[in-house]
Design a protein around this ligand. Structure first.
Ligand code: TPP
Ligand code: SF4
Ligand code: MG
Length: 350
C-alpha cells in the first residue's frame, strides 16, 4: 500500500502591507477595444492601490459618460462606485467627499466628458481643491460616439476621414494649474513606470490631483495626422523628471548627486524624488509650470511628469471646517436640531 504524502506547500502568495493580493484590487473584465489606452491606465490604477496598501472598501470611484468613464468597472471591484451623468462627476464627487471625508476618491473622465459638456463642473472642482484624484483619459476624441473631435484635439490635427481641426486645443493641465489644483501631472498610457509613480503620489497627496493621461483611441484616433496616436505621443513625449516615489511606510534611501534631485514631501509623509531631465525644472513654481506647458506645446511636444505641486495647500474639506468625524456616520441625534431649536426657528419666522 502506498504511503500517503502531504502535498508540498506552494510558493507563498505575494501580499501588500494590509495582507491583500493584487487580485483583490481588480474589477470586471474590460469591454473596451483591445489595445485602448484606457485599459493600460486601469491596470496601473490596480497596481498603485495595491502597492500603496489602500483598503478598497474605503475608496469611491466615480466617472461621467464615455469609454473612459466605463473604466472604473474594470478596477477596484470592492470599492464604492458612482457612474454619473455626462460631465457631472465633479458635483457628485464633491457631495460624496463632504458627506464622508474619510474616503479616498478617484474619478475617471474623458477629454470630452471634462473639456466639453463638463468644463463648468471641472473648473469649480479645480478651484476648490477637493481632495480627490481626477484622471482625464485624453484621446482627443469622443471615442464612445465614434471618434468626433474633442476640445483637446490639437489645431491642425486630422480625423481619420481627413477633416482638419481648425480650433485651438484646451490644455487641461494649464487650466487646472491656473484654477488652483494642487497636484497637476501629464503622462502617457504607454509609459507604465511614470504613470505608476504619479498615481501612487496622487494617492498620497491631499487635495485635487489632476492627471491628464494621453490615452490613444486605437479605433478612431490612431492614424497619421493625429497628435494623440501611439506613435506620435511616443515620439514627442518629453519627460521633465525621472520620478522615484517612496511611500511613508517604506524606509528607502535614494542616492543622488547633490543639486540633481528635488525632494517633495507629500501629505501622508511619502516622498517624491525628482531627478531633473529638463534643465532645472521646479514643479513647485507656478510660473515655470505654465511656461513649460506653453513651450512644449509650441514645439508640438508633450511635457510629461509632475508639472505642478503645492503639497501644503488647504483642501476644500479642511477649508469648510467640517468636524473630523465623517458626516455620513454621525447618528441622527447629532445631525438633527432638537425640537426646542426647531420651535425657536419657527417662532422667528412667524
Ligand atoms: C447629455 C449627453 N450628451 C451627449 C452624450 C453622447 N456622448 C456619450 S459619450 C460622449 C463623449 C465621450 O468622449 P470622452 O469623454 O472623450 O470619452 P472617450 O469615449 O473618448 O473615452 C458623448 C458626446 C451623452 N451620453 N449625454
Ligand atoms: S472606441 Fe476608442 S476610446 Fe473607446 S474603447 Fe475603443 S479604442 Fe478605447
Ligand atoms: Mg475622449
Amino acid at each position: 500500500m502506498a504511503t500517503p504524502t502531504t502535498p508540498a506547500p506552494g510558493p507563498a502568495k505575494k501580499v501588500n502591507r494590509i495582507g491583500l493580493e493584487l487580485a483583490a484590487y481588480r474589477g470586471g473584465k474590460s469591454t473596451l477595444c483591445a489595445g485602448c489606452g484606457h485599459n493600460a491606465i486601469s491596470e496601473r490604477i490596480v497596481e498603485a492601490f495595491y502597492e500603496m496598501g489602500v483598503d478598497a472598501a474605503e475608496v469611491i470611484k466615480l466617472s461621467g459618460i464615455g469609454c473612459s468613464s466605463k473604466s472604473p468597472a474594470y478596477f477596484l471591484g470592492q470599492s464604492h462606485g458612482f457612474n454619473a451623468v455626462h460631465g457631472r462627476m465633479p458635483s457628485v464627487a464633491t457631495g460624496a467627499m463632504l458627506a464622508n471625508r474619510g474616503l479616498t476618491a478617484i474619478g475617471v473622465s474623458g477629454d470630452g466628458d471634462t473639456g466639453a459638456i463638463g468644463i463648468g463642473q471641472f473648473v469649480h472642482l479645480m478651484r476648490r481643491n477637493l481632495p480627490m484624484i481626477y484622471i482625464v483619459e485624453n484621446n482627443g476624441c469622443y471615442g464612445l460616439t465614434k471618434g468626433q473631435l474633442s476640445p483637446t484635439a490639437d489645431l491642425g490635427s486630422t480625423l481619420k476621414n481627413g477633416v482638419v481641426n481648425d480650433l485651438p486645443a484646451i490644455d487641461l493641465c494649464s487650466l487646472a494649474i491656473d484654477l488652483g489644483a494642487s497636484f497637476v501631472a501629464r503622462s502617457f498610457s504607454g509609459d507604465k513606470k511614470q504613470m505608476l509613480s504619479l498615481l501612487k503620489a496622487a494617492i498620497a497627496h491631499r487635495g485635487t490631483a489632476m492627471l491628464d493621461i494621453i490615452s490613444p483611441c486605437v479605433t478612431f484616433n490612431d492614424h497619421e495626422g493625429s497628435t494623440k496616436s501611439y506613435s506620435y505621443v511616443k515620439d514627442h513625449e518629453e519627460p521633465l523628471e525621472e520620478i522615484s516615489f517612496v511611500p511613508f511606510f517604506e524606509d528607502i534611501t535614494v542616492d543622488y548627486e547633490p543639486g540633481t534631485v528635488q525632494a517633495v514631501s507629500l501629505h501622508d509623509g511619502s516622498k517624491l524624488f525628482l531627478k531633473k531631465l529638463a534643465g532645472d525644472y521646479d514643479p513647485t513654481n507656478k510660473a515655470t509650470a505654465r511656461r513649460v506647458i506653453y513651450e512644449s506645446a509650441a514645439r508640438g511636444e508633450y511635457a510629461t511628469g509632475l508639472i505642478y505641486v503645492e503639497p501644503g495647500k488647504p483642501d476644500f474639506v479642511a477649508q469648510l471646517n467640517l468636524v473630523d468625524e465623517p458626516l455620513a456616520t454621525l447618528p441622527e441625534a447629532r445631525v438633527r436640531p432638537s425640537r426646542a431649536a426647531l420651535d425657536e426657528i419657527v417662532k422667528e419666522l412667524l
